[in-house]
Design a protein. Structure first.
Length: 498
């Protein structure tokens, strides 16, 4: 089956290249369908449509806020009505267990509802300013940025689309959106919902295709006013370079190698369970994954033993049948993860569980990797330094609080981090010291539409979600009104302030 998945100026089209790419079910290695492979020319058409809609027809941008709220709520309802279908599609295309895909759909619905609500909230500020040039009223207004290009990865396809599209639309922008070519199917379904709701033509545009052709054009094109990208750090860096030409606004949500610090006084079984969620949720394909366990030496052996017992009990299988873990997203990505596992073994880390592909029963042709734990890790190892983006966790030990913090911050990334301890003050001291944008105490990975998401250092620029995520899609304009019009008397004889 061939899917003409480009949606440009309110019309579904294929790619001008006439080329197609396979979309694969990672649980079986079988093709699900083929999608169109856009050229730069196709992307330019989508950008032109967004540009016309923002700067010429202006229907979405100028829509009465109350009507914009209604549209956003109808999008949320449209997604909610297709929850089961979307969750199965996502599970099949990405490989995540069905219950996790269902969570994603629910979160996507609430993301649109949250940003519907924000439209009617107060915005802008009034300033007290000096009177050198007369009495002034000085205030700010927030305006949409214009044409926003948005590029997402494959790990949370529908949810990442919601995180980007909902705030951008709420702010009044026009959009060109590109999902990962591995996992485009839920985005196509989302745009079918947008199409049914009849948003003004050109407001939302979808292009399917590769990163280095379609994505690169989105980053370079001078008619794009903002590029918002979620994906790996090297690609994020190349996007920042490409965006320099017209100094477009840039939002980058990038990779991570996040520390999960566990003290001996922590609730033991709780810390084990959260550490599992930290690294095995979504097959470990989570930007904020707790991929570095940093644990107090006195409990390390007991903890690793228990974690390995629990990890060995994880069920793998067809994600739609709801196992604990599904396959990794693609054969290529599975091979990358398996290579890292080999590197870890060669570097001298002790593989205490997993460490291989899983090929039992109906998993034989899928891209499954067993949950893997490396003990006895040291800071110089590549498996400790580099993002693996799979179900692979490293374990290091500390004896003092200072040592724990130093190990946690010994990374070029700064996305997330957590601490487990029964000592509340110590928990706060540690999160104050962690150089990362998202932190947790006594839990790992809960994420909220209301709270800002983003990283320090090589983990990105800017924030998604919450009020901050809305403001990313706005320009701030300063307005000054002279309340004492008339002759200023600045120039000429007797001018003021001489
Ligand atoms: P990726 O960087 O390979 O691809 C992401 C997207 O960028 C895809 O749509 C791809 O087609 C596109 N792309 C690739 N090359 C491009 C180029 N040269 N120009 C423009 N676009 C290009 O990432 P991935 O493998 O899909 O996803 C995994 C990465 O995403 C991990 O590093 C993970 O940490 C990160 N991630 C970060 C967050 C966050 O919120 N910080 C969330 C999810 C994933």
């Amino acid at each position: 089956m061939k899917v003409k998945g480009n949606y440009i100026n309110g019309e579904w089209t294929g790619a001008s290249s006439g080329k197609w790419r396979s979309v694969i079910n990672p649980a079986t290695g079988q093709e699900i369908c083929q999608i169109c492979d856009s050229t730069k020319e196709d992307v330019r058409k989508a950008i032109d449509a967004a540009k016309r809609s923002f700067y010429e027809t202006r229907e979405w941008r100028d829509l009465c806020p109350r009507e914009r709220v209604d549209f956003m709520l109808r999008i949320a309802d449209g997604i909610a009505a297709k929850k089961d279908e979307l969750a199965i599609l996502e599970s099949r295309n990405n490989g995540k267990p069905l219950r996790e895909a269902e969570n994603d759909v629910t979160d996507a619905v609430h993301c649109f509802r949250y940003y519907a609500g924000i439209i009617s909230k107060p915005s802008g500020e009034v300033y007290r300013v000096n009177k050198d040039f007369g009495e002034m009223h000085s205030y700010t207004v927030r305006e949409p940025i214009g044409v926003c290009a948005q590029i997402t990865p494959w790990n949370y396809p529908l949810l990442m689309a919601a995180w980007k599209i909902a705030p951008a639309l709420a702010a009044g922008n026009s959009i060109v959106f590109k999902p990962s070519s591995n996992t485009p199917l839920s985005s196509v379904r989302l745009f079918e919902i947008l199409d049914e709701l009849k948003l003004p033509k050109g407001t939302v545009n979808l292009v399917l295709g590769s990163g280095n052709v379609a994505g690169q054009e989105m980053a370079e094109n001078p008619d794009v006013d903002m590029i918002s990208f979620t994906g790996s750090t090297p690609v994020g860096q190349s996007i920042a370079h490409a965006a320099v030409g017209n100094l477009k606004r840039v939002g980058l949500e990038l990779g991570g190698k996040s520390p999960n610090i566990i003290f001996a006084d922590a609730d033991f079984e709780g810390a084990v369970e959260w550490a599992m969620i930290g690294i095995f949720f979504n097959q470990g394909e989570v930007c904020s994954a707790g991929s570095r366990i940093i644990i107090e030496k006195s409990i390390k052996d007991k903890f690793v033993k228990r974690l390995a017992e629990r990890a060995n009990a994880i069920t793998l299988g067809d994600p739609v049948k709801n196992p604990d873990m599904g396959p990794l997203v693609s054969e290529e990505h599975m091979n990358t993860v398996l290579e890292y596992i080999e590197i870890g073994k060669q570097e001298g880390a002790k593989c205490v569980c997993g460490g291989e592909r899983y090929v039992e029963g109906d998993c034989a042709d899928g891209y499954f990797v067993r949950p893997t734990i490396f003990d006895d890790c040291t800071p110089d190892m590549r498996i400790v330094k580099e993002e693996i983006f799979g179900p692979v966790v490293t374990v290091q030990t500390f004896e003092t609080e200072e040592e724990a913090v130093a190990l946690a911050n010994d990374t070029s990334y700064g996305l997330a981090g957590a601490v487990f301890t029964a000592d509340g003050a110590r928990g706060l001291r540690i999160v104050n010291e962690i150089r990362a944008g998202i932190t947790w105490i006594n839990c790992y990975n809960p994420t909220f539409n209301e709270a800002p998401w983003g990283g320090y250092k090589l983990s990105g620029i800017g924030r998604e979600l919450g009020v901050h995520g809305f403001e990313e899609y706005q320009e701030i304009k300063q307005v000054n009104i002279n309340l004492t019009p008339g002759k200023l008397g600045w120039y000429g004889e007797g001018g003021a302030n001489r």
